[in-house]
Design a protein around this ligand. Structure first.
Ligand code: ADP
Ligand code: MG
Length: 593
């Protein structure tokens, strides 16, 4: 005899359930996606643990997900043979919010001030397990973990502040491992307890789950059966003088119930790229990474030779709501599989440099050991080669967007991810050649539309040797700086570096196509038009004035010189060749406060 124990939900859970039930009702059907994806996660976990501990798999049950409905009573069962949960895990997982998708969802809710945005968020995020309450009044989870000898039952109701846990006593519900989830549907959601409807939803939302999903379905086959001859008919036939006696048959449909496979289990990355449509890639992306917009670009490739792996990479249309990937690069952006077994999505730069953490994708390797650990990943030569190839593919994709006929595509990309690439200029010397052509800046000749360094170089004057730039805190102050005067007069283009990170990025690049980047606010700016005669004359005429000013200013300036860079302003403060630019100085000051 087992006693049911009552537990209170953590406060956030109550709040989330409240929200789900009361405001996220517009798109109820996502509950199935969430619950199937949990089942699939549970199977992934078991398969992964089974690699090192075969004891866990001793029951030799298949890895699959089964969905059974009871139309008359409005009940849906979702059964998986995955990792299951212990009693403590039931409390931790289903009574507390510590889990990724759900936590992300709550954070986004907090960030969005507009209450009406709430209902859009469900499309964007999984709300996980609790989405069961979108359609069910009562949810019962009967689950058996290999770590425990007892099968436990978790039971919760919509709009309740507590849930129950007890031992499973119903012999019909005992399983040797995994989880059996039972949804008692709300009155207005009973229609979901229909195999046909479930099948459609699985097709829609769970087509990329890599475990078989079976649906308990009524099937039929046709059969010929003999029928008794109608005596009057028989008489007629006799009269018609037929010598041969023919037996009459009739076609009937025999009905029975059975499990029917509802999804294609071949992972999309193992398929031939020629046979996968853009829509399929987009769907896969959205389902796998909890995104709601199509990606900007995708790339599906196989590498062979030294290291063999398959991968699909995606460039998102907008940054993920996790916000600043640069600061927090652990975005679960890359899912690593080894021989189809999901290994991990928790990387920190091992497979992809941090600055590219906005790129998402799956990687399936045949060369890594299944029990690959973080240490192995960090040390592995194979991983180093994989990383190199992945990075190259990512750059190819970005370059592809930049060459799109539709200039707006890249403008959008740049607005969202430009900062990441600039960070790359600082962190990844090895890829400067790939990064530089992707950069975009405003310039003195293009204040509305950003230009590439290639466009700058193309527009250079014949005798111009360097690429000129001015770093400033805004476009307006860049445009109005006196340093520009002479260059504008000579029709030389100057890049406006107005993002704080721009200047450091450019200084790291040092040059582009053998043309040095030159800060026009530094001393010794050489515009290639020095006239020694004239300079000498100027020095003679104004040398004493300079000395006098230097004396008056004392230590406040390093030196006072005659300049040929101004045309209308009388004087300008410049930085020393080796010192910080004024813009840098401003940034540094801002940081030390
Ligand atoms: P998430 O899937 O983002 O972690 P969910 O709310 O969907 O969040 O699920 C919460 C947790 O409950 C999961 O992380 C998992 O530990 C546990 N869980 C849910 N469903 C299952 C299941 N079918 N088998 C095993 N564990 C499960
Ligand atoms: Mg989930």
């Amino acid at each position: 005899p087992s006693v049911a124990e009552k537990y209170e939900y953590q406060a956030e859970v109550s709040r989330l359930m409240d929200l789900i039930v009361n405001s996220l009702y517009s798109n109820k059907e996502v509950f199935l996606r969430e619950l199937v994806s949990n089942a699939s996660d549970a199977l992934d976990k078991l398969r992964f643990l089974g690699v090192t501990n075969s004891e866990l798999l001793k029951d030799a049950i298949d890895f699959d997900i089964r969905i059974q409905t009871d139309k008359d009573n409005g009940i849906i069962n979702i059964i998986d043979s995955g990792i299951g949960m212990t009693r403590q895990e039931l409390i931790d997982c289903l009574g507390t919010i510590a889990q990724s998708g759900t936590a992300k969802f709550l954070k986004a809710l907090k960030d969005s001030k507009d209450a009406s945005a709430d209902s859009n968020l469900i499309g964007q995020f999984g709300v996980g397990f609790y989405s069961a309450f979108l359609v069910a009044d009562r949810v019962v989870v009967s689950t058996k973990s290999p770590k425990s000898d007892t099968q436990y039952v978790w039971e919760g109701e919509a709009n309740a502040s507590s849930y129950m846990i007890r031992e499973e006593t119903d012999p019909e519900k005992l399983i040797s491992r995994g989880t059996r989830l039972t949804l008692y549907l709300k009155h207005d959601s009973k229609g979901f307890a229909d195999p046909e409807r479930i099948q459609k939803l699985v097709k829609n939302y769970s087509q990329f789950v890599s475990f078989p999903i079976y649906i308990w379905q009524e099937k039929g086959y046709t059969k010929e059966v003999e029928v008794d001859e109608d005596p009057t008919e028989a008489k007629k036939e006799e009269q018609d003088n037929t010598t041969q006696k023919k037996k009459k048959t009739k076609t009937v449909v025999e009905r029975y119930w059975d499990w029917e496979l509802a999804n294609e289990t071949q992972p999309i990355w193992l398929r031939n790229p020629k046979e996968v449509s853009t829509e399929e890639y987009n769907e896969f992306y959205k389902l796998t990474f909890n995104e709601y917009l199509d990606p900007l670009a995708s790339s599906h490739f196989t590498t062979e030779g030294e290291v063999e792996f398959r991968s699909i990479l995606f460039i998102p249309a907008i940054p993920s709501t996790g916000k600043d990937d640069i600061v927090n690069p652990k975005t679960k952006n890359i899912r690593l599989y080894v021989k189809r077994v999901f290994i991990s999505d928790d990387f920190d730069g091992e497979l992809f440099p941090r600055y590219l953490s906005f790129v998402k994708g799956v990687v399936d390797s045949h060369d890594l050991p299944l029990n690959v650990s973080r240490e192995i990943l960090q040390e592995s030569r194979i991983v180093r080669i994989m990383r190199k190839r992945l990075v190259r593919k990512a750059f190819d994709m970005i370059l592809g967007i930049s060459m799109s006929e539709n200039r707006e595509d890249y403008e959008k990309f740049w607005e969202n991810f430009g900062k990441h690439l600039k960070l790359g200029c600082i962190e990844d010397r090895e890829n400067h050649k790939r990064l530089a052509p992707l950069l975009r800046f405003f310039s003195s000749q293009s204040e509305e539309e950003m230009i590439s360094l290639d466009e700058y170089v193309e527009n250079m004057k014949q005798e111009q040797k360097d690429i000129y730039y001015i770093a400033s805190d805004s476009l307006t102050s860049a445009k109005n700086t006196p340093f520009l005067e002479r260059l504008l007069e000579k029709d030389l283009e100057v890049l406006f570096l107005v993002d704080p990170i721009d200047e450091v990025a450019i200084q790291n690049l040092k040059e582009y196509k053998e043309k040095k980047f030159v800060d026009i606010s530094k001393e010794d700016l050489d515009l290639g038009d020095t006239n020694e005669e004239k300079d000498k004359a100027m020095k003679q005429e104004f040398g004493q004035t300079c000395d006098w000013i230097k004396k008056r200013l004392g230590d406040k300036v390093a030196s006072v010189q005659i300049s040929n860079r101004l045309s209308s302003s009388p004087c300008v403060l410049v930085s020393g060749k080796f010192g910080w630019s004024a813009n840098m100085e401003r940034l540094m000051k801002a940081q030390t406060v």
